[in-house]
Design a binder for this molecule. Sequence first.
Ligand SMILES: N[C@@H](CCC(=O)N[C@@H](CS)C(=O)NCC(=O)O)C(=O)O
Length: 220
Amino acid sequence: MPSEPSRSLTVHGYSLSGNCHKVRLLLEQLALAYRWIEVDSSAGQTRTPAYLAKNANGKVPMLELDDGRILVESDAILYWLADGTPFLPADPWQRAQAMRWLFFEQYSHEPCIAVARFVRGWTHADSPRRVELPRLLEGGHKALAVMEHHLQAARWFTGADYGIADIALFAYTDVAGHGGFDMSAYPAIRDWLARVRATPGFVAMPEPPAEVAARLASST
Ligand SMILES: N[C@@H](CCC(=O)N[C@@H](CS)C(=O)NCC(=O)O)C(=O)O
């Protein structure tokens, strides 16, 4: 991205989505100017004909450049924005390590931890989707155990420095409690979350509205 410093950046995102918050967090930490267009994916706003014309997959986040180019998939957006910055190592081995954690996040972590949060907070208490929760909790705990194991011997997910692998994994791990995950068994993760929150330019994801918060706070 620094090779294209004058590009104007527009993010189409839902502020309460961890996938979208990843992009906001990196943009803030890179101190890049950007425009944010709020798209409430939970209300179907990614499924309108106008949105689908730009992203046929109907999801946020979506990054739009002033020349009309569009990039989707949160971790691809992180990768592009971080290229040439300290948030993505130049060393090929460490770069591959960053990719390893981005793929882990998308295949083993987000599909359980983010989806459990969505089901608990954004569906009604009698939703048929609630039957998914035990499986999501089991899968999410497996992913958290992998992270805990890594963080027992390392401060960050890629080499010696904080970077996009940390940002990608932070987004939904920080709100894992929303999905019903008890984090007491993961002291190394809790210490890492605190380290991420202390990085320069850090911004937190906003709190959900009262109706969602009430569902997240309930025991089911
Ligand atoms: N793999 C995608 C996942 C994006 C995603 O699932 N976005 C959700 C919000 S967190 C969404 O837009 N859902 C709306 C829909 O599927 O209709 C990424 O990392 O960007």
